[in-house]
Design a protein around this ligand. Structure first.
Ligand code: GUN
Length: 281
């Protein structure tokens, strides 16, 4: 069984990105810049944003965090996004989710210039990805995809089962796997015989937010299992996969924590660099 080391893969990716930033600096005399907008005081959001800032600086990007109190009005945020859209020093804009209820998430996402949308959440990027055109790709599925490709470079004809249908993970994950010629089944919490569906997968991506849903007898031998879940339980943080059981049958599996998580942030940096390069073109 291969334990997929997301920390190591992310560190390797950051090293590559660091080199690329040096090259870009010598070519354009400037480096890509990432601006994150953080609204409110949610602890997990604050931790994510701190990690993003630290990693951005580590690879040599310009990094800025704009903080607003929970009570900030929508107009202020939209005006700031428009200002950042027009700022040549800003290559990528990320508004940390979730947002307070009085701020319309869709409006916020649609205000970000698609070419600076490092999350790949703008409908233009979602559409381009599903049409197979160049686009920003959401960071978590992109990280999963890179981990899968490390284990199995040729995904032609593989059966992939995506558990979860969110805009953040399940749907973009499906698009990436389709591009690689996988046969993809999208399942979710209401799927009949989820176990039967999972048993058909050469690759399983669990991104449904149900602690330890995918069991040992749901997985056939030689399957690659990617666990996107981060669930707080009495026994601590667990994924959407019952790790102990599944690791006995799977060919390769990501741990939680230390699997997909570190790759998500590294992919955000990658996306920021990609946005910079597309703008320069
Ligand atoms: N909150 C949790 N994950 C994410 C993410 O990938 N992007 C944004 N913008 N907010 C998040």
């Amino acid at each position: 069984m291969i334990l997929i080391d997301g920390k190591k893969a992310a560190a390797e990716l950051r090293e590559e990105l660091k080199k690329e930033v040096i090259q870009l600096k010598s070519k354009y005399n400037t480096v890509p810049g990432l601006t994150v907008i953080l609204i409110g005081e949610l602890a997990p959001s604050k931790i994510y944003v701190k990690n993003k800032e630290k990693s951005a600086i580590e690879v040599g990007l310009k990094s800025e965090v704009i903080r607003y109190p929970e009570t900030v009005d929508e107009k202020t945020v939209l005006n700031k996004i428009n200002e950042l859209n027009n700022d040549v020093n800003v290559s990528g804009i990320l508004v940390q989710l979730p947002l307070p209820k009085h701020i319309n998430k869709q409006k916020v996402i649609e205000t970000i210039l698609p070419s600076k949308d490092v999350d790949g959440f703008h409908p233009m990027n979602v559409g381009n990805l599903s049409s197979g055109y160049e686009s920003s790709v959401p960071c978590t599925p992109l990280g999963c995809y890179l981990l899968i490709k490390k284990i199995e470079p040729n995904l032609n004809g593989k059966k992939a089962v995506v558990v979860g249908r969110s805009n953040l993970n399940g749907k973009p994950m499906t698009q990436l796997l389709l591009k690689e010629n996988c046969t993809v089944t999208i399942t979710h919490s209401k799927t009949k015989d989820l176990k039967g569906e999972c048993l058909k997968g050469d690759i399983i991506i669990a991104a449904v937010g149900i602690p330890e849903l995918v069991k040992g007898d749901w997985v056939k031998k030689d399957t690659i299992v990617i666990d996107v879940g981060i669930n707080k339980t009495e026994k601590g943080i667990v994924g959407d996969v019952a790790f102990e059981e599944v690791s006995k049958v799977a060919k390769a599996i990501t741990p939680v924590p230390g699997g997909v998580g570190p790759m998500t942030i590294a992919c955000l940096l990658k996306n920021t660099i990609e946005c910079f390069k597309r703008i320069q073109k």
